[in-house]
Design a protein around this ligand. Structure first.
Ligand SMILES: [Mg+2]
Length: 286
């Protein structure tokens, strides 16, 4: 019986340190995952441009990754079998020579709706399209090149809310009636399609036979540190909640859940090494 594990991981505050975005403390576990042929699938609110840059540094170049809170999966290296299955579907797009499966909405339609609703209802909010690169740097602590990449949103629009809680509830209902959703992330709210980070896990389950033809069982593992990871954590066969310096553990209902003792990438390293150690005991032939 061959069990194929796949690790889905949030970035900010999970694989990357919340303050300085470092991942080096997780290097050992990343290398161990690679040694055991366990794909590490980044599942983040970041953009395709941002993740493309990170992939090389993390040595995850050929791995699929999920951007903008579950809005799309990108396949840098796709098998002809999977391509044959998905390329005639409406969700498939070829963007900059990358194979993309889109669950969400285009950013252009989200931004147009946001402009209209601000004009009509006078809500006090600012979003990425209102901000200069310098403003984004001051709000996020990103470097200039990172901030420029973060501005290349394709499927979502992050925003800050400066109005009342009551008006926020009203705004969210209006977004929902438009077929959009609003998600609270670590730093910003995100206006996006009706997607969550769990969409990619469903995709992997649906296409298991094409993605992992020799696997009898697919075991989906998810790591996250915040509420926007909850759907992914609940959907996984094993949820790993990573301790955050700025928020409580996400509120997970999955009975198969563990909580890291350390923050961010240190916690990631500790938990993934423990997981691999357990797999070596239970599946010595994998
Ligand atoms: Mg996070």
């Amino acid at each position: 019986m061959f069990e194929q594990c796949v690790i889905f991981t949030d970035l900010d505050g999970t694989l990357l340190n919340h303050y300085d975005y470092s991942w080096e403390p997780a290097c050992k576990a990343l290398a161990e995952a690679k040694r055991h042929d366990i794909p590490v699938v980044i599942n983040t609110s970041k953009t395709r441009a941002e993740v493309n840059t990170l992939l090389t540094r993390l040595s995850l170049n050929k791995q699929p990754f999920v951007v903008e809170n579950g809005s799309a999966i990108i396949f840098p290296d796709i098998s002809s079998e999977l391509l044959g299955k998905i390329q005639n579907q409406p969700q498939y797009q070829l963007i900059d020579d990358q194979h993309v499966w889109v669950f969400g909405e285009s950013r252009a339609s989200l931004c147009n709706w946001l402009i209209n609703i601000k004009n009509e209802d006078g809500y006090l909010l600012e979003s990425y399209q209102d901000w200069s690169t310098e403003t984004i740097i001051s709000k996020t602590g990103l470097t200039e090149s990172q901030a420029l990449e973060s501005q290349k949103k394709e499927f979502s629009e992050p925003f800050q809310w400066f109005d009342t809680g009551e008006k926020l509830s009203e705004f969210i209902l209006k977004a929902q009636s438009q077929g959009y959703s609003v998600l609270k992330g670590g730093r910003f709210f995100h206006l996006q399609g009706v997607v969550t980070k769990a969409c990619a896990l469903d995709f992997f389950s649906t296409h298991k036979d094409v993605l992992f033809p020799s696997a009898d069982i697919l075991k989906l593992i998810a790591l996250g540190d915040n509420q926007n990871d909850v759907d992914m954590l609940n959907r996984a066969d094993l949820a790993i909640c990573i301790k955050s310096p700025v928020n409580e553990f996400p509120n997970v209902s999955n009975s198969q859940v563990t909580y890291s003792h350390q923050f961010g990438p240190q916690g990631w390293n500790e938990e993934v090494l423990n997981l691999i150690k357990r797999l070596e005991i239970y599946y010595p032939n994998n």
